[in-house]
Write a protein that binds this ligand. Structure first.
Ligand SMILES: NC(=O)C1=CN([C@@H]2O[C@H](COP(=O)(O)OP(=O)(O)OC[C@H]3O[C@@H](n4cnc5c(N)ncnc54)[C@H](OP(=O)(O)O)[C@@H]3O)[C@@H](O)[C@H]2O)C=CC1
Ligand SMILES: Nc1nc2c(ncn2[C@@H]2O[C@H](COP(=O)(O)O)[C@@H](O)[C@H]2O)c(=O)[nH]1
Length: 324
């Protein structure tokens, strides 16, 4: 594969500005049957989202995906969200009991708006079969399938019925897949996104490796409809997870979904735990992301996200922080 690069290797090239204020720039995105305020979704991980944050996000028109690590709470969660007239967006795995869970939802007419199949190696028959199972029993749910890192995988999951695919194997901040297995898109996630987006006929979610708000605009430029983010959302006041104090500074834990802490055992561990500095209110970060993305749109010379998709770019090979 030619032209391999990652987020820090790219700078987007500005076009003439057509707005008088960045506040004119529209960051909304249509995804499935709904339009959301930002093309950004907090990762479906236990130290990033819980039910309270899901309600907070849905009420404010941000997309969210609830994690799948307290499976017994999912039915009540869907019911509560639907009763409140909020979108219900859940995750599932691929084990036997998940098949029965989907059938139960169908029987009880509990139809989530979005179902994410959340598997490390998504290019597999296990995921293809689950897509087909969901589409058979819950045809009105929008199915996001992942994670993958190749155009072949995107095509196969789309052909199986996925409404969107999630790209990113190993670029995450608490990921150790790349060092434990030698595989993945870590170090070239942005190029992998471009490669996958060229094959995709449906929306793509870029997942993992976002380190700055500018990386959101770069993801949009290289084909993402949505961007899933873990580490930048970790450590907020509202974030689940323990808070610790060290030398007078507060930190919150952020751990991988395939870490020992999540699994409760040391088996097939591909994630780690870290502590991130306490960041304050989640809304402040969302507002800053929106303002930064509005600014990106103004530099793209447009008024909406579409204008970012066609801007030129240069490869600067990891030099954008030179002089910082
Ligand atoms: N985006 C990423 O880069 C990664 C994300 N993760 C996250 O970690 C969590 C756990 O993921 P996952 O282990 O898939 O979920 P599960 O632990 O639910 O495993 C799902 C099923 O897939 C099997 N499985 C898992 N990995 C592989 C593989 N490489 N090859 C063949 N079969 C496999 C498991 O069996 P068995 O365990 O017996 O093999 C199990 O039957 C998820 O939330 C996932 O998103 C994990 C790693 C990478
Ligand atoms: N390899 C692993 N990847 C993981 C694990 N838990 C989550 N993830 C992925 O990381 C992103 C978030 O990335 P970030 O760079 O924004 O922090 C998340 O959405 C998952 O796809 C894990 O244990 N191992």
């Amino acid at each position: 594969m030619e032209n391999v690069f990652d987020y820090e290797d790219i700078q987007l090239i500005p076009n003439k500005c057509i707005v008088e204020s960045r506040s004119e720039c529209d960051t909304t995105i249509e995804f499935g049957k709904h339009t959301f305020r930002l093309p950004v979704v907090p990762a479906n991980m236990q130290t990033i989202i819980d039910e309270k944050i899901a309600v907070f996000l849905a009420e404010r028109n941000y997309f969210y995906v609830m994690h799948r690590f307290e499976p017994e709470t999912r039915k009540d969660f869907i019911q509560t969200m639907l009763e409140k007239n909020l979108i219900a967006s859940i995750s599932v795995g691929v084990k036997e009991e998940e098949y029965a869970f989907i059938e139960e939802l169908a029987k009880e007419s509990l139809v989530p708006d979005y179902i994410t199949i959340d598997i490390a190696h998504g290019h597999s028959n296990a995921v293809i079969n689950m897509i087909k199972h969901i589409k058979t029993h819950l045809p009105d749910s929008f199915v996001i399938a992942g994670n993958v890192g190749t155009p072949e995988a995107v095509r196969e999951l789309e052909n199986a019925g996925a409404d969107a695919t999630k790209v990113g194997i190993g670029p995450g901040k608490v990921c150790i897949t790349k060092v434990k297995t030698g595989f993945g898109t870590g170090g070239w996630q942005l190029a992998a996104l471009r490669w996958c987006a060229k094959a995709a006929t449906k929306p793509i979610i870029a997942d993992g490796g976002i380190r700055t708000h500018g990386d959101i605009a770069k993801s949009v430029r290289f084909g993402a409809s949505m961007v899933m983010i873990g580490s930048l959302f970790a450590g907020h006041e509202e974030s689940p997870g323990n808070t610790v104090e060290k030398d007078g500074t507060l930190y919150k834990e952020y751990f991988g979904s395939a870490s020992e802490y999540q699994k409760g055992e040391k088996k097939n561990v591909e994630g780690k735990k870290m502590y991130v500095e306490h960041k304050g209110a989640l809304q402040d970060t969302l507002t800053e992301m929106e303002q930064d993305l509005q600014s990106s749109i103004s530099y793209a010379g447009g008024k909406n996200l579409q204008s970012i998709r066609t801007v030129d770019y240069v490869v600067v090979k990891n030099s954008i922080f030179n002089g910082d």
